[in-house]
Ligand binder design. Structure first.
Ligand code: ATP
Ligand code: MG
Length: 583
C-alpha cells in the first residue's frame, strides 16, 4: 500500500528532495533567500500581481494556461498567463480611471467567476486592497463588512447586486461605485458595468512602485468563535505563499492544481489565487458547490495532481460508501492536503484505503496568512497530527504567566497555547480598527494563536481545541477534537460536534451531537451503543455522557463546526454573531 511505502521512503514520492532532510532545511533556511525567487517590480518594490501573473506572461509561460474555469452548467473557459495579464491590466486601468488607487478598499462579492480572479489581480496592480466577501452572505453581513472595512467600491454580479446590495445603498454613502461583472452597460453614475469600463481601458498597465509592506488584502475571519475580525495583510506575504507552495504543496511546473476553497475565505485567496500562480501553475477553479461525483470527475478530467481541500469536504466524501478508484481514473493525483479544521485520523486512513493516497493535514489561520505547520509529502504522516513547522517558522507551546509574559512548555505531550515567533512575512499587520485586540494576541515575544495544542517528542504538533471550546470536566481538560475523532471511528457516525455543558457536580459534562451516515437511523439502542463505544475508546472521565442525534451540525460557510452555537442552543443562550452560519 502507498502509505506503507511512503513511510518507508517518503522521499521517493517527493519532487522536493531537499525537504527530505527536514532539520537541515530548517537550519539553513533564510527568508532573504526567498527573495531570489521573485523578480521584483521593474519600477521598484514587490507586488503580488507582478510575481503571480505578469512575470510569467512576459516569459516562457506566456501561453501556458493560468486558469481553467469550470462553470456550474458545464461550461469551460481557459485563460493563459498573457490573457490574465491583459485582463487584469484593463481592470487596473478601469479602477484608476475612477480615481481608485493605493490603499482603497475594493470589495468583491461573487461566486467563483473568472472575472473575480482577474479582477483580484487588477486590484493588486492598482495598489488597492482586495477585500473578498463570500457570495452567499445575506445583506446584513455584507453591510457590516463593507462598513467596517471602509469599502470604496464593490465588484459583484447583477443578481447579487439586485438581491443583496441595492437595498443597502442608502446606508453606504462612502461606497463610491458598484461595478457589475455581467452588466453590458453602466446602469447609472454609481452602478457601472465592468465590461464597459474594460472596453474603454488599455490592456497595458505598468504597476507603480509598491512597498512590500503595503496593504494588499483585508480578510474577515470565519467567525467560528465570535464576531469576525478584519485581518490586514501586505504584499510581502507572498514570501510565505511561495515557500509553502514549495514545501507543503510540493508545487512543480508540470502540476495541475486545484484548491476547492472559495476566495471569500483566506484559503481561497492565499492558495486559490496567489500561490499556484507564484509557481506558474495551471490553476483549476470550479464555480459549483460540493458534489461528490462532480469533484471526482474534475480530478479525473482536469488531471489534477495536487489537491488542496478541507476536512468538511473529505467527511462528505467519506459519507458516501463507494470506491472512487473503480469509477474514476485518478492516477495523476499525487498529493492531497487539507486545512481548516482538525483532520480526524479516520480521514487519513480513508484516503489510503479509497484513494490510495494519505491526506496531509496542515494548520494555519487568517491571521498567519499562510501555512505554518504541515505534514509534508517528503515525511511520514502522523494521522491526527497537524505536522511540523515550516522552515522559517518557529512554533512553540506556551502558557501565559500572571506577570503578562509567557513560559514555554518543553515537556512533550503537555498542552498549552500554540504560539508562533512573530516576524514571518505573511503575519497579519493589524485587526482593522481594533488595535487593542491586536496587541492582546502578543505576549512575551510570541504571537498566541488562540488554539490549544501539544508537541510530541519528535516535534509534531497535535491540535487539542480552540481555547474557547475546551471542556473542564471532573478536573480534566478535554479537547472536543479528541472526543469527536474517537466517535467518528464508529461506522454509524459521519460527523460529531462536542461541547461542555455546565454541571453542578463535575463542572462541565461532555455532550456530543452526532450526524449519522446513510443507512443508519437514530434510535435509543444506537445511542446507548455509542455511549458505550465512547467509554471504551476514551475512558469514563472523557467519554460523552450525553449523545444527541442531529441531521446537520451548524457550520460556518467555510465548513467549520460551530461548537459555540451548539452550546448556546443547548443552554438557551443568545446565539451571538451568526453572519457566517451556513443555512
Ligand atoms: P474566528 O477567528 O472568527 O473565530 P476562525 O478562527 O475559524 O474564525 P479562520 O482563520 O478561517 O477563522 O480559521 C483558523 C482556525 O481554524 C485555526 O485557528 C484553527 O482553530 C482552525 N484550524 C485550521 N486548520 C486546522 C487544522 N489543520 N487542525 C485543527 N484546526 C485547524
Ligand atoms: Mg480565529
Amino acid at each position: 500500500m502507498r502509505l506503507e511505502q511512503i513511510e518507508k521512503d517518503p522521499g521517493e514520492f517527493s519532487l522536493t528532495p531537499n525537504l527530505k532532510d527536514y532539520e537541515a532545511e530548517r537550519q539553513t533556511f533564510a527568508w532573504e533567500r526567498v527573495a531570489e525567487s521573485f523578480e521584483g517590480l521593474p519600477s521598484g518594490g514587490l507586488n503580488i500581481a507582478h510575481e503571480a501573473i505578469d512575470r510569467h506572461a512576459n516569459g516562457e509561460r506566456a501561453e501556458k494556461r493560468a486558469l481553467v474555469w469550470l462553470g456550474e452548467n458545464g461550461e469551460k473557459r481557459e485563460f493563459t498567463f498573457v490573457q490574465m495579464k491583459r485582463l487584469s491590466a484593463q481592470v487596473a486601468n478601469a479602477l484608476a480611471s475612477l480615481g481608485f488607487g493605493k490603499g482603497d478598499r475594493i470589495f468583491t462579492l461573487s461566486t467563483r467567476l473568472p472575472e473575480l480572479y482577474y479582477s483580484a489581480i487588477g486590484i493588486f496592480k492598482n495598489r488597492s486592497v482586495l477585500c473578498p466577501l463570500f457570495s452567499q452572505f445575506g445583506p446584513e453581513p455584507i453591510l457590516q463588512r463593507l462598513r467596517r472595512g471602509d469599502a470604496r467600491a464593490l465588484l459583484t454580479t447583477r443578481t447579487l447586486y439586485e438581491k443583496k446590495v441595492e437595498p443597502l445603498l442608502g446606508e453606504l454613502p462612502e461606497l463610491k461605485h458598484i461595478i457589475l461583472f455581467d452588466a453590458p452597460e453602466h446602469l447609472d453614475k454609481r452602478v457601472l458595468s465592468l465590461k464597459q469600463l474594460m472596453d474603454g481601458a488599455s490592456d497595458v498597465f505598468d504597476i507603480p512602485p509598491t512597498d512590500p509592506e503595503e496593504m494588499s488584502i483585508l480578510h474577515f475571519t470565519s467567525g467560528t468563535t465570535g464576531m469576525p475580525k478584519g485581518v490586514v495583510h501586505v504584499h510581502k506575504a507572498i514570501y510565505n505563499h511561495w515557500t509553502s507552495g514549495r514545501y507543503v504543496l510540493d508545487l512543480h511546473p508540470e502540476d495541475i492544481y486545484w484548491c476547492t476553497a472559495d476566495p471569500g475565505w483566506v484559503t481561497g485567496t492565499s492558495y486559490g489565487i496567489i500561490t499556484p500562480w507564484l509557481h506558474g501553475l495551471t490553476n483549476v477553479v470550479d464555480e459549483a458547490e460540493f458534489d461528490a461525483s462532480r469533484w471526482y470527475r474534475i480530478l479525473q478530467e482536469e488531471q489534477v495532481s495536487v489537491w488542496y481541500t478541507a476536512p468538511t469536504a473529505i467527511r462528505r466524501l467519506m459519507r458516501i460508501d463507494n470506491d472512487p478508484l473503480t469509477e474514476y481514473d485518478l492516477s495523476r493525483l499525487r498529493l492531497i492536503q487539507s486545512v481548516g479544521e482538525p483532520l480526524n485520523p479516520e480521514a487519513v486512513v480513508w484516503g489510503v484505503e479509497k484513494l490510495h493516497l494519505p491526506i496531509h493535514d496542515n494548520w494555519w489561520q487568517t491571521e498567519t496568512g499562510g501555512i505554518m505547520i504541515a505534514n509534508y509529502l517528503s515525511a511520514p504522516i502522523r494521522p491526527g497530527s497537524m505536522g511540523r513547522p515550516l522552515p522559517g517558522i518557529e512554533a512553540a507551546i506556551v502558557r501565559r504567566t500572571d506577570e503578562g509574559g509567557v513560559e514555554i512548555v518543553t515537556e512533550p505531550g503537555k498542552e498549552g497555547d500554540l504560539a508562533l515567533r512573530p516576524g514571518w512575512p505573511s503575519m497579519f499587520r493589524a485587526y482593522l480598527h481594533e488595535p487593542e485586540r491586536y496587541e492582546k494576541c502578543f505576549a512575551g515575544g510570541w504571537y498566541l494563536s488562540g488554539d490549544l495544542a501539544y508537541r510530541d517528542a519528535e516535534g509534531y504538533f497535535w491540535f487539542v481545541g480552540r481555547s474557547d471550546d475546551i471542556i473542564k470536566t471532573s478536573g480534566h481538560m478535554v479537547g472536543p477534537f479528541e472526543v469527536e475523532s474517537a466517535l467518528m471511528e464508529h461506522p454509524a457516525i459521519a460527523e460529531a460536534g462536542v461541547i461542555g455543558k455546565p454541571d453542578p457536580m463535575i463542572g462541565e459534562l461532555v455532550k456530543a451531537f452526532v450526524s449519522l451516515k446513510a443507512g443508519y437511523e437514530p434510535s435509543e439502542e444506537l445511542r446507548r451503543e455509542l455511549l458505550g463505544f465512547g467509554r471504551k475508546k476514551l475512558g469514563v472521565a472523557v467519554a460523552p455522557k450525553e449523545i444527541e442525534f442531529q441531521d446537520n451540525l451548524p457550520k460556518t460557510r467555510s465548513g467549520k463546526i460551530m461548537r459555540r452555537l451548539l452550546k448556546a442552543r443547548e443552554l438557551g443562550l443568545p446565539e451571538g454573531d451568526t453572519s457566517t452560519l451556513e443555512n
